[in-house]
Each structure stands twice: as C-alpha cells, then as structure tokens.
Design a protein around this ligand. Structure first.
Ligand SMILES: [Zn+2]
Length: 272
C-alpha cells in the first residue's frame, strides 16, 4: 500500500537546516514542482532552487531528507504539475513524499495566525508545531480519520461498490466517510453504510489503515457483512452509483497503492 512504497519512513522532526543535497517539496495550490522522467516524479534538490528560499523539515524517507518550501520557488528543468498527475506516476518514494508533503503544506497554509488570539504563528524549530507569538498556543498538523468499508453479501458472494457523484476520482470505490466527533471508527462505518446505501451492517472487522495526505486523512479500512435487506437506497448527493458486484467481476489487481484497491483485491482474491 501507499505507506509501504518507501522502505523506511522516519517522521521524527529533524531540527538541522536543509543542505544542498536535500529534496525540496514546493507546492502552489494543488500543484507541485517536479520533473516527470519516464513516468516517475523527480523532486528538485535544494541546490537546484534559487538560493535563499525558506524551508522547513518535513520528514525522512529511504534516507532522503525532504523539506517543505515556504515560499514560491522555481528550478531549471522543473515545472508545476497538478497533484492529480502525481497520482498516476510510478509509485516510488518521490510520490509518497509529494502526497505526504502536501499534508504538511496544507498545515502551513492554514496556520499563519493564532485562532485563539489572532497573533502570528511561528514554527517551533524543535518539533512539527506552530507556536503563537502572542499567547503561546501550540498548533499541530490536523489529521482527519475516515473509514473505508467493504460491505460483503455472503449469500450472493458480492461486495458493494460505489462511484462518487462529483469528484475527480471516477473509478469504483467503496463506501467511505469521515469519523464524526464522539464517534468510534466502527460507529462511523455503520452510519456511513446506512447514509450512503441504506444498508445495515454487522460483523465489522478491521482490515488496515493508510495515511492519505492529499486530503489530510488517516483512512481506516473495515470489512463488514450486510444484515437484513440487500436493497440499496443510494444517497444521490454523495454517489452516482452503488451496486453489488460478484467476487469474480470486481475490477481489482494486486499491488495497488490505495487502501480501496487493496481491499477490493483482498475480496476478489478470496482473502475475505
Ligand atoms: Zn495566540
């Protein structure tokens, strides 16, 4: 899965400043500065950017230190590409870095001033945290938990697949949604199943989790069995399609990077 692309990820904050050989993540809205080489994303090194650009440590993956660029930058031979393009490059450490780096970029874009007193926020320097220059309030990156749910009907040996109504992502997906406050992930799974498809579920079983920086999520995957009526009452605001698909007809392959793809493959290949 996505988080398994790099052999190693070290998320611990490294306070040492960037040097010329470190990789830099420069975002501009939903675009990132890269070069696409044989369908692989290549990120610029600090020495390839105009000098004096402000950066902050993001994380380390496969021994490479990645820094987030805090101002707009350019580099010879690199151009801003939409994040959606990065979704479709060969999975490698650079792809992981862009998706996870975008999460950190959103954190910096959304936290310039203190939401308690309105004073300026500054990076702590010793940890991944913004500190208020007025009241000392500390702000950490926000991670939104969301559930992905494979609803199985044992009687017909089928799984429920969906398509989103109005998202860039047009392929088959699974029932999914955010965990609300005061709710467990399992309760969110039950609620989302009912809201999106009108189905009651039982035997909810944890499968795996996956960070997904493009939406600042932690995705938590579950399988569950449908209980009672199999009749789908689709939420047309959220979905354009919701169908029972037989095990052999599930459009999935092994080795995908997404939790949804992994779960669809797990069902197709009879692991569930
Ligand atoms: Zn403050």
């Amino acid at each position: 899965m996505f988080q398994d692309i790099p052999d190693s990820v070290d998320i611990e904050f490294d306070p040492l400043p960037a040097n010329g050989g470190d990789s830099v993540l420069c975002f501009d809205g939903r675009s990132v500065l890269v070069r696409i080489d044989e369908n692989r994303a290549v990120l610029p090194k600090l020495c390839e950017l105009v000098s004096g650009i402000k950066t902050v440590f993001a994380f380390k993956a496969d021994g490479i230190r990645f820094f987030l660029c805090l101002e707009k930058a350019c580099a010879q031979g690199f151009e801003f590409q939409p994040l959606n393009r990065i979704r479709h490059v060969e999975p490698d450490t650079a792809q992981y870095a862009v998706v996870t780096g975008f999460h950190y970029y959103c954190f910096h874009m959304e936290n310039k001033f203190c939401s308690v007193c309105g004073a300026k926020l500054e990076h702590d320097g010793a940890k991944r945290c913004m500190v208020c220059t007025g009241c000392g309030n500390e702000v950490y990156p926000k991670i939104a938990p969301a559930v992905i749910l494979g609803i199985i009907d044992r009687e017909t040996d089928s799984i429920l697949l969906t398509r989103y109504a109005d998202r860039e992502y047009k392929k088959y997906a699974l029932v999914a949604g955010f965990v609300e406050m005061g709710e467990s992930a399992e309760a969110a799974a039950k609620r989302e199943a009912m809201e999106e498809t009108g189905l009651e579920i039982t035997d909810i079983e944890y499968f795996a989790s996956q960070p997904w920086g493009f939406a600042q999520n932690l995705l938590v995957g579950y399988f569950a069995q449908v209980k009672g009526s199999r009749e789908i009452k689709m939420d047309t605001q959220e979905l354009s399609e919701a169908v029972w698909v037989k095990r052999e007809d599930v459009p999935a392959q092994p080795g995908g990077i997404s939790l949804t793809g992994e779960m669809m493959w797990a069902f197709k290949s009879s692991q569930r």
